[in-house]
Design a protein around this ligand. Sequence first.
Ligand code: MN
Length: 153
Amino acid sequence: MTLKEYKKRRDFSKIPEPSGSVKKGKGKLIYVIQKHHAKRLHYDLRLEIDGVLKSWALPKEPPTKEGVKRLAVQTEDHPMDYASFEGKIPEGYGAGTVKIWDKGSYEMINHKDYKLIVKINGKKLKGDYVLLRIRLKEQKNNWLFFKKKVEND
Ligand code: MN
């Protein structure tokens, strides 16, 4: 896991975003969604995996109920200390304001290259969620994010 791509895109002398000094999470795995008013409004879903925040940008509001599937475009890994970041990115990549939309912890239920099942414990999002990679032509970064159906037995 590397933050090369994250650092490559940013000039930390000009922006308030963290440069990535915190290496490890403590205790529970971090879950956070940041509402990002950039050129286009989107929601950045981040999950702590192997010491970085794996990140997906959702063009629409994350689903709180079953039956809603959202596109989630995987973006570059972010440093752990990004989880608490809120503020205004003045210029360049991602310019706009960032606010925490939901946060908490999560448990990894199943982890495959193309599919993650996570039990999210946030304020807005609660329960089992699925991230499923979809392949559309050459685009490798597209995933679907949705709440897992509860199976009644
Ligand atoms: Mn963003």
